[in-house]
Design a protein around this ligand. Structure first.
Ligand code: C2O
Length: 509
């Protein structure tokens, strides 16, 4: 294994999209930011320098951070933010990890523009478990607002209402020709007829899940959240913020240009939602540059049945070691509600539904962002920031997430830091332990799971990575409303797996 060094300079970049020029925060002058390339078991060292006036942090989403909790990145959970002009060096090892993941800012709503892909190749000489593709491409999905995203967050949180839809969806930074002024702002893959392509789909979207489809081509899913799956062929798939999905695509259609497109999926919405898809091009060599491209077709924006198909049928390729017995059985409710105007957000002006404010909670507790780093408080034994009632080190945990929103019931893509988990079951209605069918043989091994609207998902993991690990809805607006919590995974006292000490350059609050 080798060591990969990167220097991320978080900077302001002036960009023009849809004929408007705005300043956005991004890394090394690129949007999306640079790709991190590594191999399984490599050491990754990223020095992050904050050249903006705003606080920042970077999270390595899906990296399990084995015994490296201080490098995880969520602000006020494992570190205080990197302040203007300061640096922090993240160091971690990709222990038994390969595949596509992503990195993103993890403070306020900066993730909207501060994000990029992580590509981890298998060890030298280890082939993919599918025919080697002719070429690989990453497609990073995002949502774009003309308004400064920090202002956007403030406005949404102080109004008590919902987040406005994005001004555009982007594929690798480009909205594509269906948007105003964007005829040439299109990401394109040049395709050799007859070849097979591996597309690494990465969703850095802020508040929306998306359908993805390619006109006239089917997608064969071979990896999800950085773990191989049994091949599953679909016409379209849904990708939630935080998820990464690898698909194989055969260039076996007539020579032409085909749209690769993303459009919103709004699980429980029944009022029509019109939003222009982002389009990139899959252009066969020999296709006339003037010919119009073939449009991709999508299911209806709220077609949960089609959206759920992939999750219901995804199976892990290899034995990922599902715990067959559990030591701790937890049931957490998650959901949105409209509250009277005594909101957890002190400045809310109650312009939400019916003069109330939106709120969200896990186990009826709305998470309030602390002003210290929880991991630091735990390390220092500071009282008042965490409780001690978490299962012991090494516990095999089953966690059932029950979606119980009273309003705006929608899918919640819940992400757990510091671990991957086996998705052993999911269903509609209330979880019933006697009738729930669990797959303990080959469930997918993921880090972000869409908990269906009005339904449940059951996950299993072994709590053997000491630290404090954030778990939250990856729809940023829901996390801001409080759909979040942190797990304390206790120290493996006296074993090799004790809580690491903080690095010397760890930012202080
Ligand atoms: Cu991808 Cu806590 O985040």
């Amino acid at each position: 294994a080798s060591t990969r060094f990167y220097h991320f300079k978080v900077q302001t970049l002036r960009v023009t999209k849809l004929c408007q020029t705005n300043d956005i925060v991004t890394v090394n002058g690129k949007f999306p930011g640079p790709v991190i390339y590594a191999q399984e078991d490599d050491r990754v060292i990223v020095r992050v320098t904050n050249q903006t006036p705003h606080n920042t942090t970077v999270h390595w989403h899906g990296v399990r951070q084995r015994l490296s909790c201080w490098a995880d990145g969520p602000a006020y959970i494992t570190q205080c933010p990197i302040q203007a002009g300061r640096s922090y060096t993240y160091e971690f090892t990709l222990v038994q990890q390969k595949g596509t993941l992503l990195w993103h800012a993890h403070v306020s709503w900066l993730r909207a523009t501060v994000h990029g892909a992580i590509v981890v190749y298998p060890k030298t000489g280890v082939p993919y478990p599918f025919p080697h593709p002719y070429e690989e491409h990453s497609l990073v999905f995002a949502e774009y607002w003309h308004k400064d995203v920090l202002r956007l967050e403030e406005d949404v949180m102080s109004s008590g209402g919902g987040a406005p839809p994005a001004d555009a969806y982007l594929i690798n930074g480009s909205p594509g020709p269906l948007y105003n002024c964007s005829a040439t702002d299109v990401y394109e893959i040049a395709v050799v007829p007859g070849k097979t392509y591996l597309l690494r789909l990465v969703s850095a979207s802020l508040n929306t899940e998306h359908f993805f489809a390619i006109a006239d081509h089917r997608l064969t899913i071979v990896e999800a959240d950085g773990e191989y799956t049994k091949p599953l062929t679909v016409d379209s798939l849904v990708i939630a913020p935080g998820q990464t999905i690898n698909v194989l695509v055969q260039a076996d259609r007539p020579i032409d240009t085909y749209d690769m497109a993303m459009a919103p999926f709004m699980s429980a919405r029944n009022v029509p939602f019109q939003k222009t898809p982002a389009v990139a091009h899959f252009r066969y060599s020999g296709a006339g540059p003037e010919a119009p491209s073939r449009p991709a077709e999508f299911p209806a924006f709220n077609d949960s049945l089609t959206a759920d198909f992939a999750l219901s049928n995804l199976r892990s390729l290899n034995d990922t070691g599902v715990p067959l017995v559990v030591d701790a059985n937890l049931l957490f409710t998650i959901g949105l509600a409209v509250e009277q105007c005594h909101s957890p957000h002190p400045n809310a002006s109650c312009r939400g539904p019916g003069g109330g404010v939106f709120a969200a909670a896990m186990n009826n507790i709305a998470f309030v962002e602390p002003t210290v780093s929880l991991l630091q408080a735990y390390y220092d034994n500071t009282n008042g920031y965490y409780t001690e009632d978490f299962p012991g080190f090494g516990s095999r945990v089953q966690l059932v997430l029950q979606n119980t929103g009273t309003v705006g019931t929608e899918n919640h893509p819940v992400h757990l830091h510091g671990h991957s988990f086996h998705v052993v079951g999911h269903g509609t209605g209330n979880y019933n332990p006697t009738t729930a069918q669990l797959n303990l043989a080959d469930p997918p091994y993921m880090n972000t799971i869409g908990v269906p609207a009005g339904g449940w998902a059951a996950i299993r993991f072994v709590a053997d990575n000491p630290g404090v690990w954030f778990m939250h809805c990856h729809l940023e607006v829901h996390a801001s409303w409080g759909l979040a919590m942190a797990f304390v995974v206790k120290d493996g006292n006296g074993t090799m797996e004790s809580l690491p000490h903080p690095p010397a350059d760890l930012p202080r609050c």
